[in-house]
Design a protein around this ligand. Sequence first.
Ligand SMILES: [Zn+2]
Length: 169
Amino acid sequence: MTGAFDDLLAANEKYASTFSHGDLTGRATRGLAVVTCMDSRIDPLGLLGLHAGDAKILRNAGARVTDDVLRTLVLAVYLLGVDRVLVMPHTDCRMSKSTDDEVHRLIAAEHGIDTRSLEFQTVRDQEETLQHDITRIMTSPFLPRTLTVGGALYDVHTGRLRLVEPPRP
Ligand SMILES: [Zn+2]
């Protein structure tokens, strides 16, 4: 284990030496939760002009609204000050380039691992999936009807965000 994280520990040493966020609480001061992809090109705080303490950032493969995302949003809304949610998938997402079956086959062929018991929730049509995922939040029996829910597609090549019309109620 020694070595693999040395670069990170060294960077943290530097970070902690000028740390100034010690007084923040776990409440999102901008009332915002962002659901986005794990893609390493996305800097959610930077691209939205946010800072530590401002927002809850929920990330997974494809920015999907999974049961775990709903569980987290319920806690974020009722305990941690969130009153608006932005679901933010992105262009050039690996999750929109294969079906679940193709991913299973690829991993089996290249690594000999059977992943078929996992649901990857790959995306066929990004806009359609975004509408579906927003609807999941808007109609969740555990979330308040007063919650503001929006969707936007982030362009990893231009850094621009394009708001997507929400589904009709
Ligand atoms: Zn992605």
